[in-house]
Write a protein that binds this ligand. Structure first.
Ligand SMILES: Cc1ncc(COP(=O)(O)O)c(C=O)c1O
Length: 386
């Protein structure tokens, strides 16, 4: 079955002639769950009860969303979270203990790195930042106590890719858990678990929910580590709001056509920018000029709508403001993956050597507006620059 059909068949409708069967499932919200008999409640302490016990025990709306994503990712279990960053933090905590060491790609979502350097450090977990285009050379960063590697390929500001297959080969030999932030590609364009990655994370806030009105995250785990993760999640009693799970499940149904539109428009704009007189580099993995284009071609089946570019000249903040404030269709704001085009810009700070040292990086989230209008908007704003 193709992914598109899978996205529409999933967990509902449940045919029941005594109730109205709507196309979409009802929203289950609640704290207390009513038991039918005292004997059922007694079974909980004997660990025999099969039903849902409480609001934090993953009510049906959450379970439906999780099951839909699990199937798409090809995982053993999926768990929902209240945000993408909560999904990252919980994953790191689930697999680390005091005295452990973890490796983080230097282009991974920076609040995740900050969590490691502050909170995990407080609990005596050490972390090393590694080059964002790492591959088999990851071996040199591995220590006796390394337990986890966090990847983000491509990183969602500078778009370097890691050699997933080479990293997985090394990690498997040493029993190190590999974790991929798969938010950029979504499970439609990259299947990390099929490439041997152990854990795939999403900021569901982005493409999966798709409308910039949801904050949610998800973690999908392959069989080997699923019991550890499921147990940790249960102990943490994480509650993901039912409305967010409902909207995320709804978003999944239209992910295919939305993503293909984002992909096509972003490619058009990226190619046009690449030949613009003011632009130096366009950081888009699907362009043959991208340094890791071969890895994208090998492992991915598509590209989404987020990419960056740099200028030939070094513009002042005031000049950058003239360009950005002139944009009419690109709004200035954080996050991405929604229908509205967005822009952010700035210089990045890295621990490892960076290709774009001291360069201003402009990041575009290409939305679902007509691509001709987006191009005209960018062209007009770029003409404000000297
Ligand atoms: C790649 C990536 N992962 C994770 C996150 C965190 O997601 P959330 O905003 O849902 O906490 C973001 C947010 O921008 C992101 O870009």
């Amino acid at each position: 079955m193709q992914d598109e059909t899978r996205l529409n068949g999933l967990t509902w409708p449940e045919r029941d002639s005594s109730k109205a069967t709507t196309v979409n499932p009802p929203i289950y919200k609640g704290s207390t769950v009513i038991f039918e008999r005292y004997a059922d409640m007694l079974q909980i302490s004997q660990k025999k009860y099969q039903g849902i016990t409480y609001g934090t025990d993953r009510l049906p709306t959450q379970r439906q969303f999780e099951e839909a994503l699990r199937e798409l990712e090809g995982g053993h279990i999926t768990r929902a979270f209240q945000s993408g960053i909560a999904a990252i933090q919980t994953t790191l905590m689930a697999f680390c203990k005091s005295g452990d060491h973890i490796l983080l790609c230097d282009n991974a979502y920076s609040p995740g790195q900050h969590f490691c350097k502050t909170i995990l450090k407080k609990f005596n977990v050490d972390c090393t930042l590694i080059p964002p285009n790492v591959g088999a050379d990851i071996e040199q960063y591995i220590q006796e106590n390394t337990v986890l590697i966090l990847l983000e390929s491509p990183g969602s500001i500078t778009f370097e890719l890691q050699d997933i297959r080479a990293i997985v080969a090394v990690a498997k030999q040493k029993n190190i858990v590999t974790v991929m932030d798969n938010t950029w590609a979504t499970p439609l364009f990259l299947k990390p678990l099929a490439l041997g990655i152990d854990v795939s994370i999403h900021s569901v806030t982005k493409y999966i929910s798709g409308y910039s009105d949801v904050l949610a995250g998800a973690v999908t785990v392959g069989e080997k580590y699923s019991a550890i993760f499921a147990k940790f999640y249960k102990i943490m009693e994480i509650y993901t709001p039912a409305e967010e799970c409902y909207l995320s499940l709804r978003g999944l149904h239209s992910l295919g056509p939305r993503l293909r539109q984002h992909e096509q428009s972003a490619l058009n704009i990226a190619q046009w920018l690449a030949s613009h007189r003011l632009i130096d580099q366009v950081l888009h993995p699907a362009l043959p000029t991208h340094p890791e284009h071969h890895l994208w071609k090998r492992d991915f089946t598509g590209s989404s709508g987020l990419f960056s570019f740099t200028f030939k000249d070094d513009y002042s903040e005031e000049e950058m403001g003239r360009f950005i404030d002139a944009l009419q269709l690109f709004h200035l704001g954080f996050s991405w993956g929604g229908y509205k085009s967005l822009v952010t810009a700035g210089k990045i700070k890295r621990t490892t050597p960076c290709r774009y040292e001291n360069k201003t990086i402009v990041r575009l989230n290409i939305g679902l507006e007509a691509v001709e209008d987006l191009q005209k908007d960018l062209d007009a704003a770029l003409s404000r620059l000297p």
